[in-house]
Design a protein around this ligand. Sequence first.
Ligand code: URA
Length: 181
Amino acid sequence: MARLDAATSCTRCELSLTRQRVVIGSGEVGAALVIVGEAPGRSEDEGGQPFIGRSGQLLFRLIGEEIGLTREECYVTNVVKCRPPKNRPPRVRELRACRIWWDLQLAQMSPRVIMTLGNTASRAVLGTDAKIGDIHGRVHEVDGRVVIPTYHPAAGLRAGPNVVDVMREDLRKIRQHLGTS
Ligand code: URA
């Protein structure tokens, strides 16, 4: 079986031809909260870490305010580890090719909650084609692990306070499951 550090030279899909960096994940492997996004954007492709651009700033402000955790106290990753050109949504074959790395990450972790962000990450982790609007804030169980989806922070940046308020509510539910409230 592949080891996670082999991901840094992965060529399992065509995103390897256009990426600058493979963005594997950052934070505490022992974290109680694991956060899973879609794929790196421009800032992440340049910086090599997930959620360091505008979406990440909003995300970690909300997590700080509603749960009281810092970025360093969480583990953060994406279901696709390389930036799709022009930030297009990852293709099914890219999601499939990249799955091995998420499976390896998860095998090393035992978080109390996995928070998925937006349609792509939530569908990939939950194995559903449901819409985020129908599944956010609900407690799901996958292989004995608690998964709670919320909106992607990019949707919060685009759509404004309505989505951000819903994200805050979802984060408060996550806080209850973490047992930090
Ligand atoms: N959007 C994502 O889904 N992931 C990142 O790491 C950055 C932006």
